[in-house]
Write a protein that binds this ligand. Structure first.
Ligand SMILES: Nc1c(N[C@@H]2O[C@H](COP(=O)(O)O)[C@@H](O)[C@H]2O)[nH]c(=O)[nH]c1=O
Length: 210
């Protein structure tokens, strides 16, 4: 059985995750970001694409206010061509890098080769099979836009945790979800809103697959 998949995204009002130059830290305020950490703590694994590693050098750990502790999820990077730098914060034990190339050493991360599509990117199916085999039952995708588009297109995004900040970044900003190549509205993936909660200046919108 595949893991339950949640896509978590922090955007401007107009659904952008960064400016045209890629600046993205931070779009949402401290309360929304803390909630993001709580969501990490409730998932077995958190996944990003290598573009996010190169842009943000994320840690993907759970960092909670003083006195609160929670285990870190398995960190997963989709990196078909193994571009994760050995000095990246994710290049350490507790990170699984999925590639379609012959594995090389990247810090202390574990590198596993999986099946690729016609463009040499790990297939969603192969990623989910690999994670299921490791006992991952819940997976949170944290971006970027292309990775989100792959999982949405594959029809496997069961829930969305959307943090929306009251700023505008415009059409030249980086989209939260890249191309879905939709010609017909009838084919748009549809989600049902479960809750909306103010988080400081931001909004936390929760959706599940309709
Ligand atoms: N920019 C942005 C987010 N960005 C997400 O957080 C990641 C950084 O995680 P870490 O290095 O562990 O702090 C980054 O790569 C991206 O996935 N999250 C948010 O709640 N709000 C924000 O405005």
């Amino acid at each position: 059985m595949r893991p339950r998949i949640t896509w978590k995204v922090a955007t401007s009002l107009d659904g952008r995750i960064g400016t045209s130059t890629g600046e993205s830290q931070w779009i949402t305020g401290p309360q929304a970001r803390e909630q993001g950490h709580r969501l990490r703590a409730t998932h077995d694994a958190v996944l990003v694409g290598v573009e996010t590693v190169l842009a943000d050098d994320p840690r993907l750990t759970v960092r909670l206010p003083d006195g609160e502790t929670a285990a870190d999820p398995l960190r997963v990077v989709l990196d078909s061509r193994l571009r994760t730098p050995p000095f990246a914060r994710l290049a350490r034990a507790g990170t699984l890098i999925l590639t379609t190339r012959e594995p090389i050493v990247i810090g202390e991360a574990e590198i596993v080769r999986v099946a690729g599509d016609s463009q040499g990117r790990p297939t969603v199916e192969a990623v989910l099979e690999t994670l299921s085999a490791r006992g991952v039952r819940s997976l949170m995708i944290e971006g970027g836009g292309r990775v989100a588009a792959c999982f949405v297109t594959a029809g496997v995004v069961d829930a969305i945790e959307w943090f929306r900040a009251p700023i505008l970044l415009g059409g030249d900003g980086r989209p939260g979800v890249a191309s879905l190549a939709l010609a017909r509205l009838a084919h748009a993936p549809r989600y049902r809103r479960l809750a909306v909660e103010p988080m400081g200046d931001d909004l936390w919108e929760r959706y599940e697959k309709a």
